[in-house]
Design a protein around this ligand. Structure first.
Ligand SMILES: NC(=O)c1ccc[n+]([C@@H]2O[C@H](COP(=O)([O-])OP(=O)(O)OC[C@H]3O[C@@H](n4cnc5c(N)ncnc54)[C@H](OP(=O)(O)O)[C@@H]3O)[C@@H](O)[C@H]2O)c1
Length: 308
C-alpha cells in the first residue's frame, strides 16, 4: 500500500473543532477520509465546506459513538463501501484487493458543563469519552489493514486532564502507572467504581480527581468526570496495546496511541483555548502519518511521549 490515495481513515466527531481540523489535514495529504458526525446535517455541512475548499477525497457517514446500533451501521457501511470482499476471505491475492482502513481517529468528546455532579450528569461524558472510544475501536479493529507500512493505527484524542497526577487514589495511581500490565477489564472496573462513588456521593473518599479549585471557573466541578473519562481512555489505549501484542500474528501490526491536542479554542471550552484547531490537529495527524515505532500504547503531547 504505497500510495496515500490507497490509505483510508475514519475520524469521529469531525463536523467541527479538532476533528474537523484532523480531517482537513489528512485530506490535504491525499488520504481518503471518512468524516463522521452524530448529526447528519452538521456532518454534511462540514463535508460541503471541505469540498468547497477543493477536498473531494472526503466522504460522510453518521456515527453516534454512544449508540452500538450506529457503530455497527458504520462498520457495515465501511465494509460494503470500501471492502467489497468478505474480510474473512484472506488468501493473499484476494486480500490485496481490500481497501480497508489504515487509521481510526477517536476524537469525539463531550465535557458536561453541569456543576451538579450526579449519575445523570456524568454518564453522557463517560459514555462518549470512554465507552464510545472503546466500542468504536472494537467494532472497527477487524477493518484495519494489516499491510499498512508501519502498522495500522488507532489514535485516541485524550487530554492532559487525564494525567494520573490528578488522581488522589494511590492504589489506582500505582496500578495504572504499570502500563505493561493494565487490562481492559481493569479500566472498566475503574470507570464503574467512579460511577458508583458518584451515586454514593463519595468521590472525595474514593480519591477521584479533585478540581475544587476550579469550582469558580467556567468548568468547575464538571471537570471531575471529564478528567476521570480521560484517565480511563489513556489507560484503555495501554490496555488495548497489551491485548494486541498478546495476540500472536496480528498484535504487532496495529499501533495505538493516545494524545492531547493542547488547549484549543473550540466549543468544548467556549473558545477559551489558546491554540487554533489546525495546531490542535497536529499531533493526532502526525501520529497517524508517522506511527513512531517506540512508545506505542502511550500518551503523546506535541509529538512527544509523556508520562501519564
Ligand atoms: N479543545 C481543547 O482544548 C481540548 C483539550 C484536550 C482534549 N480535547 C479533546 O479533543 C476532542 C475534540 O474536542 P474539540 O475541542 O474539538 O470539541 P468540540 O468542538 O466540542 O467537538 C467535539 C466533537 O465531538 C462530537 N461528539 C460529541 N458527542 C458525540 C457523540 N456521542 N457521537 C459522535 N460525536 C460526538 C461533537 O458533535 P456535535 O457537534 O454533534 O456536538 C463534535 O463534533 C475531544 O475528545 C476533547 O475532549 C480538546
Amino acid at each position: 500500500m504505497g500510495k496515500k490515495a490507497d490509505r483510508y481513515v475514519v475520524v469521529t466527531g469531525a463536523n467541527k473543532g479538532i476533528g474537523f481540523g484532523i480531517v482537513r489535514q489528512l485530506a490535504k495529504e491525499g488520504i481518503t477520509v471518512v468524516l463522521t458526525a452524530r448529526d447528519a446535517t452538521r456532518g454534511n455541512v462540514a463535508l460541503e465546506s471541505l469540498k468547497s475548499q477543493g477536498l473531494h477525497n472526503v466522504n460522510f457517514h453518521p456515527l453516534d459513538v454512544t449508540s452500538q446500533e450506529s457503530i455497527l451501521a458504520l462498520a457495515e457501511w465501511l465494509h460494503k463501501t470500501y471492502g467489497g470482499i468478505d474480510i474473512l476471505v484472506s488468501t493473499f491475492e484476494a486480500y490485496k484487493l481490500l481497501k480497508h482502513f489504515a487509521f481510526v481517529i477517536n476524537n469525539a468528546g463531550l465535557a458536561n458543563d453541569d456543576n451538579d455532579v450526579t449519575f445523570e450528569t456524568v454518564k453522557p461524558g463517560l459514555d462518549t469519552n470512554y465507552f464510545g472510544v472503546k466500542n468504536v475501536t472494537k467494532a472497527l479493529l477487524p477493518l484495519l489493514r494489516d499491510d499498512t507500512p508501519g502498522g495500522a493505527r488507532v489514535i485516541v484524542v485524550a487530554s492532559t486532564m487525564g494525567e494520573l497526577k490528578h488522581l488522589e487514589n494511590k492504589d489506582y495511581v500505582k496500578t495504572l502507572s504499570d502500563r505493561e500490565h493494565i487490562t481492559e477489564d481493569f479500566v472498566d472496573s475503574f470507570v464503574n467504581h467512579y460511577l458508583k462513588d458518584v451515586v454514593d456521593g463519595s468521590q472525595k473518599e474514593g480519591g477521584w480527581p479533585n478540581w475544587t479549585d476550579w469550582v469558580n471557573s467556567p468548568v468547575g466541578r464538571a471537570a471531575e468526570p471529564y478528567s476521570v473519562s480521560k484517565v480511563a481512555v489513556i489507560a484503555y489505549v495501554s490496555a488495548l496495546h497489551n491485548t494486541l501484542v498478546a495476540q500472536p500474528g496480528s498484535g504487532k501490526k496495529i499501533n495505538v496511541f493516545s494524545c492531547c491536542p493542547g488547549f484549543v479554542a473550540t466549543d468544548i471550552n467556549n473558545n477559551r483555548g489558546t491554540k487554533t484547531v489546525e495546531e490542535g490537529a497536529d499531533t493526532p495527524v502526525w501520529l497517524a502519518l508517522h506511527s513512531p515505532k517506540e512508545c506505542i500504547g502511550k500518551f503523546w503531547i506535541e509529538r512527544k511521549v509523556v508520562d501519564f
